[in-house]
Write a protein that binds this ligand. Structure first.
Ligand SMILES: Cc1cc2nc3c(=O)[nH]c(=O)nc-3n(C[C@H](O)[C@H](O)[C@H](O)COP(=O)(O)OP(=O)(O)OC[C@H]3O[C@@H](n4cnc5c(N)ncnc54)[C@H](O)[C@@H]3O)c2cc1C
Length: 441
C-alpha cells in the first residue's frame, strides 16, 4: 500500500519519464510480460503523429470541452474526415470514459451555445457511450464470452495477429494506424472502423484479438464501446450487418497522400461470423443513485471509472477513509499508462482537497482489509463499476467484505440511471427517447 504522498512522489518520478514524448519509450527498460510484447517489440522511430490532445486532468478536459463546444455545430459535416490534428472531433473520449467530466456536462455546455437541431449529431455520438454501456449492463454474458474466447487462442493465433498489430501488413495506411494507436493511444472513429474491418475481413484474424489490442492501447479503452463496436464490424452485433472497409471511402475521407498497398483493399471479402449463443438480457438492473446513511463509519472506494466523485452525490459523505484502487498496468511506460497516472493523480488531489483528508492508494485490494479493521468501517461506498475488467477485479473482494458483514453501496451516476433503461434493445429506439428528452430541455 502507498499513501497519497508516496503515490504523488511515484508520479513525480514518473513525470520525469517521457509522458508527452512516447517516442522515446525505447530508452526505458523494464521486465515485460507476454501481453507487453506488442508494445515492447515495436521499433521506436521518430513519430509522424502529433500527440493527440487527450486531456488528462479535469481542468484540461473542461477547457477542451469549452473550446470544442464553440465548433460543435460543424461536427456533423466534418467529423468523418481523418486529418492529422483530429481537430474536427472533440478528443474527449478518455476524459469521458474515466469521468474526468460527465456526459451531462458535455450536453449542458453544448446546448448552452447551440440549438438541439444544430448539434444533434454530436449529442447522438456522445450518448452512444451510454447506449453501449447500458446495453452491456443488460447483457453481461457478452463480455464473459469475449473473455473466454481470449483465453482459448493458441500462441500461433497470437503470433499471426501480431504482425498486423506491429504495422507489418503491407497496407501502409493500416500500418500507420497501428503505429498511431500504439504511439498516441488514440485513433479517430473512422480509422478504428477501417482498421477493425481490415483486421477481420481482409486479414481474416479473430475480432476478439483485435479488440484486445485496442483495449491494451486506447486511452479511452472501454469494455462496452470497444467490444460492441468490434462485434458490429464483425457482423455479430446487428444481425445481417457487417462493416466492410472500402478503398474509395478511405481515399475520400483520409487526408493523406496516396500510399503503398491500397490495392490490397480491392480484394476484401466479408468473413461470415461464426454462430454464437443467444445472449439473454438480464431481468433488471440495479440503478440506485441515493446515498446510504451518512451516520455510519464509511470508507469511500475511488476507482478509474469515476475520477470526479466530488461532483457526485458521494460528495456529501464524511468518510473515515478514502482509498484509491490503482488496477495494475500491463506496461507502465505505455502512453495509456502515462495518461492514467496523470489522471489518477489529478483525481486523488481533487478528492483529497474536497474531503480534507488523505487518500491511500492500493494496488492490491487485500491491503484494504487492515484499514477497515483499524477504523471499524461499517460500509464501503463507491460509484458502481460497469461490466468490464474493473468489475471483474473487484467482485471477489466485494464478496469477501459482504461475508465479513460490511455493507457495500455501489451508486450509479444520475445520467446512467436515466438512460440505461432505454438501452435494452437498438440504438434508434434509445435515441428516440433520449433525443426527445434533450430536445425538450
Ligand atoms: C472498433 C472500434 C472500437 C472502439 N473502441 C472504443 C473504446 O474502447 N472506447 C471508446 O470510448 N470508444 C471506442 N470507440 C468509439 C469511438 O471511436 C470513440 O469514442 C471516438 O473515436 C473517440 O474520439 P473523440 O472523443 O474524438 O470522439 P468524437 O467524435 O468527438 O465524439 C464525442 C464523444 O462521443 C462518444 N462517441 C463518439 N463515437 C462513439 C461511438 N461510436 N461509440 C461510443 N461512444 C462514442 C465519445 O465519448 C466521444 O468522446 C470504438 C469504435 C470502434 C469502431
Amino acid at each position: 500500500m502507498v499513501t497519497f504522498f508516496s503515490y504523488i512522489s511515484m508520479i513525480v518520478m514518473d513525470s520525469s519519464m517521457p509522458y508527452r514524448d512516447p517516442h522515446s519509450l525505447g530508452r526505458w527498460k523494464c521486465r515485460l510480460r507476454r501481453d507487453d510484447l506488442i508494445v515492447a517489440s515495436f521499433p521506436m522511430t521518430q513519430s509522424i503523429f502529433p500527440f493527440p490532445r487527450q486531456a488528462a486532468t479535469r481542468a484540461e478536459a473542461l477547457a477542451q470541452l469549452e473550446a470544442f463546444a464553440k465548433r460543435a455545430h460543424r461536427y456533423a459535416r466534418e467529423r468523418n474526415s481523418v486529418v492529422d490534428s483530429h481537430r474536427n472531433v472533440s478528443q474527449l473520449s478518455a476524459a469521458l470514459q474515466h469521468r474526468l467530466i460527465s456526459q451531462q456536462e458535455v450536453v449542458d455546455q453544448v446546448l448552452s451555445q447551440h440549438s438541439f437541431v444544430a448539434v444533434e449529431k454530436f449529442l447522438q455520438e456522445v450518448l452512444w457511450r451510454s447506449y453501449w454501456k447500458g446495453w452491456l449492463e443488460w447483457r453481461p454474458s457478452v463480455w464473459q464470452d469475449y473473455l473466454s474466447q481470449l483465453s482459448g487462442f493458441s500462441d500461433e493465433d497470437r503470433q499471426r495477429s501480431q504482425s498486423v498489430a506491429l504495422g507489418q501488413s503491407g497496407c501502409a495506411v493500416m500500418d500507420d494506424f497501428a503505429q498511431e494507436l500504439r504511439e498516441t493511444g488514440y485513433l479517430h472513429n473512422h480509422a478504428r472502423m477501417w482498421w477493425a474491418s481490415f483486421w477481420i475481413h481482409h486479414q481474416k484474424l479473430p475480432w476478439a484479438l483485435g479488440a484486445e489490442f485496442f483495449l491494451q492501447h486506447l486511452l479511452d479503452a472501454d469494455a462496452a464501446s470497444n467490444t460492441l463496436s468490434w462485434r458490429w464490424v464483425a457482423g455479430l452485433q446487428t444481425a445481417g450487418k457487417t462493416y466492410l472497409v472500402r478503398r474509395d471511402n478511405i481515399e475520400r475521407y483520409h487526408h493523406a497522400p496516396p500510399s503503398k498497398g491500397m490495392e490490397m483493399l480491392d480484394a476484401i471479402t466479408v468473413s461470415i461470423p461464426s454462430e454464437e449463443r443467444a445472449h439473454e438480457r438480464i431481468e433488471s438492473l440495479d440503478l440506485t443513485t441515493s446515498l446510504p446513511s451518512t451516520q455510519r463509519k464509511t470508507l469511500i472506494l475511488l476507482h478509474e471509472e469515476d475520477l470526479s466523485i466530488e461532483q457526485t452525490t458521494l460528495a456529501k459523505l464524511q468518510p473515515e477513509r478514502i482509498v484509491f484502487f490503482d488496477r495494475a498496468a500491463s506496461n507502465p511506460l505505455s502512453p495509456r499508462q502515462q495518461w492514467r497516472q496523470a489522471a489518477f493523480q489529478d483525481a486523488i488531489s481533487r478528492v483529497g482537497s474536497h474531503f480534507q483528508q488523505r487518500c491511500d492508494v492500493v494496488q492490491d485490494l487485500r491491503d484494504i482489509h487492515p484499514l477497515i479493521a483499524e477504523r471499524s468501517i461499517e460500509q464501503v461506498v463507491m460509484m458502481k463499476p460497469m461490466v468490464g475488467p474493473l468489475d471483474d477485479a473487484l467482485r471477489p473482494f466485494l464478496q469477501e467484505l459482504s461475508t465479513a458483514q460490511i455493507d457495500i453501496h455501489a451508486l450509479r451516476r444520475e445520467e446512467d440511471a436515466r438512460y440505461f433503461p432505454f438501452a435494452r434493445s437498438g440504438f434508434f429506439p434509445f435515441w428516440k427517447k433520449v433525443g426527445q428528452q434533450l430536445a425538450q430541455r
